[in-house]
Ligand binder design. Structure first.
Ligand code: PLP
Length: 342
């Protein structure tokens, strides 16, 4: 069982996204262990591609990124300065007046950033709170002022313009570098780029970046094959019944590895396939904790491993089947896989 990560595709995606916002610095979002792919390796590859600014969610994620990104890089912590956070040499993105005063009291003179809430109502200072704090915060010279878009993956959504206007009202005239765009915002165009962009999912090969190169391949070793005859069933709950003689392969991975149980076939109705090159092998019956069964009858020869993720079946294809997004598929990929970097 190997999760293969194509670092040259990752670097190419970073480069392409950076090229879409040529006037801005391209920061890289590497939270949640680099979207499940390994924060240190991902950060090292992106630093080699020229990235100098990195974003993580939590202070605990900083050391791995630091090892990859090098001593000179800036690492921003999106959750800001939480009570007791060990920030080390990272830069907290302060989200409230409470965080601002805590940070200035305990880290006077150290670099910080500010997050404003432009309408998402999730994290950041609201316009009223910012108005009261703005003069004092600017006097302390933040590294960056940012906000985050709620609907950037829907280009025509009126929320995009509304948040842009709100962000501008709160920050126009300020000389501090500004940042509004993640992957979706980069694709919305230059109005949204400001001074620093913050791409995440697009670098890892996910939507809404349609031109992304696929970055991951997940290969699952075949442990056993058998023939089942018409009327026999496969897996827990007998949910799949053979209608004709079928060659069944069992691979060593399951929902404990982040391969969602909802990918099980719906009775005999096919939901997802494992891939042998371009040949599709429908998953049969339930996905178990550590095992998956697939129909390999169409193959002349059963390979040593079948792919769940490949250029022919992306994280977004898998996400569509279970009603989620590529982000969740990527970040669910388990700790049990060795990760191999090419
Ligand atoms: C996760 C995140 C990003 C990156 O978003 P993508 O959609 O993955 O590009 C950028 N900014 C903030 C605040 C985030 O939480």
């Amino acid at each position: 069982m190997v999760l293969q990560i194509d670092l040259s595709a990752l670097r190419a995606n970073y480069r392409t996204l950076a090229g879409l916002a040529p006037g801005a610095r391209a920061a890289a979002v590497v939270k949640a262990n680099g979207y499940g792919l390994g924060a240190e390796h991902v950060a090292r590859a992106l630093a080699q591609e020229g990235a100098t600014d990195f974003f993580v969610a939590l202070a605990s994620e900083v050391p791995a990124v630091r090892r990859g990104a090098g001593a000179e890089s800036r690492i921003f912590v999106l959750s800001g300065h939480m009570e007791g956070a060990a920030l080390g040499d990272a830069i907290p993105v302060l989200n409230s007046a409470e965080q601002f005063f805590r940070d200035r009291a305990t880290r006077p003179g150290r670099p910080f950033a500010i997050q404003l809430d432009s309408g998402m109502n999730r994290l950041g200072m609201e316009p009223g709170e910012w108005a009261g704090l703005k003069a004092e915060a600017l006097a302390a010279a933040p590294e960056l002022i940012m906000s985050h878009l709620a609907c950037a993956d829907e280009p025509d959504h009126p929320m995009n313009r509304q948040q842009l206007q709100c962000f501008r009202e709160m920050t126009d005239g300020v000389t501090v570098p500004r940042s509004l765009a993640a992957t979706g915002g980069i694709l919305l165009g230059p109005d949204y780029h400001f001074d620093i962009t913050r791409a995440g999912i697009g670098m890892y090969g996910g939507q809404p970046f349609a031109d992304a190169k696929p970055v991951v391949r997940l290969s699952l070793p075949v442990i056993q094959t058998r023939e089942v005859i018409a009327g026999e069933t496969v897996g827990y709950g007998n949910t799949w019944t053979a209608r004709r003689t079928t060659r069944v392969a069992t691979v060593a991975a399951g929902y404990a590895d982040g391969i969602h149980r909802a990918l099980s076939s719906d009775g005999n109705r096919r939901r997802i396939d494992l891939l042998a090159g371009d040949n599709r092998c429908p998953v049969l019956g339930r996905v178990s904790m550590d095992l998956i069964t697939a129909d390999v009858s169409a193959l002349d020869e059963v390979p040593a491993a079948l792919d769940l993720l490949s250029p022919a079946q992306t994280v977004d294809d898998v996400a569509d089947i279970i009603g989620t997004i590529g982000y969740e598929v990527l970040t669910s990929l388990g700790a049990r896989y060795p990760r191999s970097y090419v």
